[in-house]
Design a protein around this ligand. Structure first.
Ligand code: CA
Ligand code: CA
Ligand code: CA
Ligand code: CA
Length: 456
């Protein structure tokens, strides 16, 4: 399932609801809980309140009043293991409400963890910890225990936290890199992000844990709600470290001085260069493929081209188009919007439906490809009524399956950011009311809390 369901365009709603019910075209949601029935689901969650003497007096984890109350250093842990290096990374989102400030409370969300309180102050014994101390303005990513370590933290943004404030959080561990964003619900300028990477992991467990590391005392509580865990996150990148190498390769062999650079916290696609995944992602594999991110046009004669099932070969024509693959194509200057097989024909034609696109701001896009069924959606995050969706069918089976981003343009730059490539999930679709809330949060707030609009 995906946020596109929420667009008011009736046709898009019908099409995507159909896909979500009939096929595997959903994000891979492994766990989803709105904590609304005042009974902790023992199939999903385990509680640890075995804190040291003096810290355990009030410790509890309770599902009540439609949320989880984390009191006095109790831990809420998943029952299942989520190993980001084995099955694809994890993306944990939810909402956290602070009820004590001044540094006594600390929000702590862990991957690769045992969820075990220490004998000292009740910190988690092992794990990678996405944390925020209420005496600071930015979150951190740290490691717990000697079997795990993380690299330097790169931080942006600033939080303004008052007692009772609720923050949307997104913690991503894609198996290599770590991203954490907090954005205040109802106050999107109160947002901050931190990025790091995994240096070592020789720890055997991979629980996800939630811990309110706060001062002992019955009044110190935090609320947790609407937790969604997505797995099969193959690649996530917010392009903040200035280096393309690792997850990507580039092809700048087109004419016209082409360049692809990571700078200013995003990818600059200049003059028909390709940004190519370093790994292959075959949509025909059982899980299929979902590619999301943000695209900015700097000229309406730019052409967005996002292609799956491609080997990266150029077609030898004037404009360095790809020779093969399944491609979403938008040319806003002539209001052209298509899904097509390069070297074949169109899967779907949505010409006339992308007139809302303008320059100088990021649009959210989503491409879903299960090897046969393909959907592409582009949406204005500031005005979700501005959206266009195409769906088509094509079973082209390529031997090499890269995902390539290409600005098929003449003289301008396009910008790309916040890419996530993940597997789809055929099952685990939550009850609709639960899902709609979480999906809306995913798309509506953005997982890096970035400012969507940029100077052209
Ligand atoms: Ca429950
Ligand atoms: Ca709830
Ligand atoms: Ca970025
Ligand atoms: Ca990078």
């Amino acid at each position: 399932m995906n946020g596109s369901v929420l667009r008011p365009a009736t046709l898009a709603i019908v099409v995507l609801l159909y896909l979500s019910l009939a096929g595997p075209a959903t994000a891979s949601i492994a766990l989803n809980d709105n904590f609304n029935d005042n009974s902790l689901d023992a199939a999903l969650w385990a509680v640890r309140t075995d804190l040291p003497s003096g810290k355990a007096t009030y410790a509890s984890v309770t599902e009540e009043s439609g949320h989880i109350t984390l009191k006095d250093r109790g831990h809420l842990n998943t029952v299942s293991q989520f190993d980001p290096t084995a099955t694809g990374g994890v993306w944990i989102s939810g909402e956290w409400t602070f009820n004590a400030l001044g540094g006594v409370d600390s929000m702590q969300i862990l991957t690769r963890s045992d969820g075990a309180p220490t004998a000292g102050s009740g910190e988690t014994l092992n794990g990678i910890e996405f944390q925020y101390w209420t005496n600071g303005t930015q979150p951190n990513i740290v490691s717990r225990g000697g079997s795990l370590s993380v690299g330097a933290n790169a931080k942006t943004g600033s939080l303004a936290v008052a007692q009772g404030d609720t923050f949307r959080f997104d913690a991503i561990d894609d198996g290599t890199d770590l991203y954490f964003t907090m954005t205040e619900v109802g106050a999107p300028t109160s947002t901050a992000s931190v990025q790091s990477s995994v240096v070592t992991d020789s720890f055997a467990q991979d629980l996800i844990a939630f811990h309110n590391r706060e001062q002992s005392g019955s009044s110190h509580i935090a609320f947790l709600d609407n937790v969604v865990v997505r797995d099969n996150i193959y690649v996530a990148d917010n392009f903040s470290d200035g280096t393309i190498a690792g997850k990507w390769t580039i092809d700048t062999s087109a004419r016209g001085g082409t360049a692809v650079t990571e700078s200013g916290g995003r990818i600059d696609l200049d003059q028909r260069g390709y940004l190519k995944t370093a790994q292959q992602f075959d949509p025909a594999d059982p899980l299929g493929l979902r590619v999301t991110g943000q695209w900015q046009f700097s000229n309406l004669d730019d052409m967005l081209q996002i292609t799956t099932r491609t080997d990266g070969t150029g077609d030898g024509g004037c404009c360095h188009e790809l020779a093969n693959g399944i491609q979403a194509y938008i040319f806003p200057g002539v209001n052209q919007f298509r899904l097509r097989q390069k070297g074949g024909g169109d899967l779907a034609n949505g010409d006339g439906s992308v007139g809302f696109i303008t320059t100088g701001m990021f649009y959210d896009f989503e491409m879903i490809d299960d090897g046969t069924n393909v959907t592409f959606t582009i949406t204005d995050p500031d005005n979700p009524a501005n959206t266009a969706t195409l769906s088509g069918v094509n079973s082209f089976d390529n031997a090499t399956n890269l995902v390539i981003f290409h600005n098929r343009e003449n003289q301008n730059d396009a910008f790309l950011d916040n890419i996530v490539i993940e597997g789809l999930g055929a099952a685990a679709v939550p009850e609709p009311s639960t899902f709609v809330l979480s999906a809306f949060a995913l798309l509506g707030l953005g997982w890096y809390g970035r400012r969507r609009k940029r100077a052209a």
